[in-house]
Design a protein around this ligand. Sequence first.
Ligand code: NAD
Length: 351
Amino acid sequence: MNLLVCGGAGFIGSNFIKYMLDKYPDYKIVNFDKLTYAGNLDNLKDVENNSNYKFVQGDIIDLEKLNETIKENNIDHIINFAAETHVDRSIHGGCKDFVLTNTLGVQMILDAVKFNNIKKFVNVSTDEVYGALELDEDREFTETTPIWPNMPYAAAKAGGDLMCNAYFVTHKVPVVVTHCSNNYGPYQFPEKLIPFFVFKLLKGEKVPVYGDGLNVRDWIHVVDHARALDLLLHVGVPGEVYNIGSDNEHSNLELTKMILNIMGKSEEMIEYVTDRPGHDRRYAIDASKIKSLGWFPEYSREKFEQGLRETVEWYQNNTEWVEKIWEKKKNEMNKFQENLERSKDKMKSAT
Ligand SMILES: NC(=O)c1ccc[n+]([C@@H]2O[C@H](COP(=O)([O-])OP(=O)(O)OC[C@H]3O[C@@H](n4cnc5c(N)ncnc54)[C@H](O)[C@@H]3O)[C@@H](O)[C@H]2O)c1
């Protein structure tokens, strides 16, 4: 396989590339990434000299560059992780880039797939496109649950997913869409919950929990997600959607207490803060369709504590990795923090 990985310098993409290079010594991988604030080539240090791996800096909305990269490298399969992914940024920082990358960018890849006769394209998406469930609702998202996103991030992702369906029906483009739950594991950008909390606690600071902390998410290990995507690249049926999840639901408060426990900190380190506007209450995934293809999460619910402990320890042992990112992305991060505080103040005075 000659595989183009869009957005491979981020959290899930970099874990996926390393997993694939390790498992398939004869596959060639080209990582096509814009290197936004969230893209980090340090995630791929272990493989940067691997002769089957190559990096190309590019933006997925640049169709010409996509076509050129595909031709030069005889690409026959594509997987897309490229996205603006931080929900708080889509709320407090403006969401134009979200629509550009998550919707228009996917459409550009679909054009490239069509133009270059690519054998299969997997578009990696999220369970957040389904909207929210109530805490006491006895149901999970299935592949036929209507797309009804509540947040700009999720709406922009849903735009890309709908384009995939339209290109499959209209142009017979061989595309598979995945909807996965919350990932955890190493190399996640430290503005996301788990690494953010670990680094705050390491600095002796309290961790901010939104609202009552009872919002529930399903947590999947990033390597289990990579294994599912590997399977779908090979046997996923074009035109189909696949949910990916671990039956591992926990409230944010439960997760926070688990992190505190692993790090030997008391619950006094929790600080409850004003809830995120439009904060979805619960996501839950029915993953029986992909399980029927033989996939199952190795980090099952029973092994979550072990997976979380390994993840927390990875961040504790790799503080240099995070310090380097903060240093490199300092201006961008400070600008976002200022916007965030300003936007929260505006919201407070409006209510
Ligand atoms: N993190 C999760 O829990 C989760 C869960 C379900 C689905 N997803 C989806 O998985 C994908 C990857 O998520 P992640 O957490 O690794 O994200 P991330 O923010 O860590 O990485 C995103 C990567 O995309 C690159 N990128 C952004 N815009 C680009 C553009 N226009 N052109 C090329 N590259 C661009 C960035 O430089 C970065 O390397 C996303 O599509 C996300 O919606 C994530």
